[in-house]
Design a protein around this ligand. Sequence first.
Ligand code: BTN
Length: 248
Amino acid sequence: MIKNSGGINYLDKAESTNTYLLNYPEKIECGTAVYTLNQTKGRGRLGRSWEEQKGKNLAISAVYNLPVNKLAPMPLIAGMAVVKALSSWELYPQLKWSNDVILNGKKLAGILCESRIEGRCARLVVGIGINLGKTTEDFAAENLQHATSLLIAGADIPPGELAEAVAKSLGKYIEIYISEGFESELKDEYESLCVNIGKDVIIHKKDETVEAKAIGISPDGALIYEAGGKEMLAYGGEVSVRGLEGYI
Ligand code: BTN
């Protein structure tokens, strides 16, 4: 049972904090969040799993009720909220489109936004996984050469404080988004944090791979890219993006 009142709740263990909130049997107040250091079946983007080791990863999820037509830029907004929260500890990550949080060229955190839609309203769950204590050897054993952790970065942040800071930051960003929209300041902030803009990238779609140049972000949070002389849009739920030379 959680305190379903817009606050943050610690869970001893959860299969997936996203599933926990998506399936929570009662109505949940906007902004209610849960976190655990023991997530056993974490889920990642594009149907992948999110591998965690007890005590070495922080899994946070927070729930918001939003109109369906407001959902598209939410993954980008969540990425900015994580970056902002980490700045309190003098860490200044960047974002790889759509919402990988990158520190020193490697992935520190991943974000998975999921929703249950009822009519025009969505129960949106924003899930954030942050690598806390994994070592270079842990990542090598999982074949994750492009990953990093707060431990590797030399940052010793109490997990409960980090979870609270991330949940608060998320709440503030969503407030700004609801009152001002995405297409002005938030879009500019995202573009300034995104490592891909202006770079050559490879767009991985379900059945094809396209070499392209990332140009910018559309008013609804899609990546604008140019390929074969045409400008096109990619949405985060459908594609992943890599730099031409490797991960970013
Ligand atoms: C990615 O593929 O990069 C996204 C990973 C998202 C993992 C987080 S951990 C908290 C929340 N619960 C889940 O099952 N997944 C997200």
